[in-house]
Design a protein. Sequence first.
Length: 349
Amino acid sequence: MNIRITEFPGEKMSNGELDALTAVRDRSGSGFKRTNTNDLMAATFPPLKAIIPGYVYAGFVVLAGRMKLGKTWLAIDWAVAVATPGVAMGSIDCVGGDVLYIDLENGPRRIQSRIRALFPRDQNLPDMSRLEWVTEAPLLNDGFINRLDRWRISVKDPRLVVIDVLQRIKPPGNKVQNAYESDYSTWAPLQEWSTRHGVAVLGLHHTKKGAMDDPLEALSGSNGLAACADTTIVLDQGPNGRTLYVRGRDVEERETAVLFNAGSWAVLGEAADVRRSDERRAILAALTKTSPLGPKEIAAATGMKDGNVRFLLGQMVAAGEIQKQGYGRYTPTNTSNTAHTRQDPDEDE
């Protein structure tokens, strides 16, 4: 018995993937394109097309976050990094290509002011001729895809399209479908176009108010948008600063701590590592103020969970940041110097 892979709507393969496989039409005339498993395993697929390595790849990508967190600034950072080419978020090298930024919320004056904020001296302005701007666009079901395609064939190397924001091109919902079905079918043509042509389409979107157990549940509206997207990125802010959470069909799940300052973005590291460093600083500050202290006293002073405190205390003793004093009590290793230093506890590890 042969096992065959079938291509379904919403899960279309790229041109490269289709070329890599041998499509066999069903003899019964049903019209399915089937691929034998042996042929599938013998095929050579092109690597994922990285636009912003680790974050944005060819396909439909949603960048969601609460208002005023800097989504547009982040999208501009990525657009400039690809168009120049340069580095995204201060440290990620990008392959150069053509970028179309569809900004439906800001006019030319504000766009210009934001670019100048990133490059305050005109003499330092890089060549951004491969970054083009659009401030008016039709709805998705009213010629939008056709205009995207005309842009695609008019440039040398189309790599990134930014839509700021998705809501501005969303047509009215289908009354005979539920919210999930309507949202999925609305965005499916955009996902199909981006995947078929190997272009990243980055759509900006808002998140709901309140905390969610799953970051993808935070997207405004139904789950249809997140289900349709190849990759979803959630920009959030908590007690430990701003983070970028990434989850997708072909990308590794990750959460990165990021810093936003005067329009510029920088990657601080993996969120768990940065969070741990902040917690270690809090423990050290508590012990500097009053010591020796036990784990429960430190937890009360820092507002941290008792289990987290006990785990970090072991790491900090091993790193020489603190020392045990008696049974279950801790004090800074060098009390006389600790109060006057801001050295990162992880700096020498």
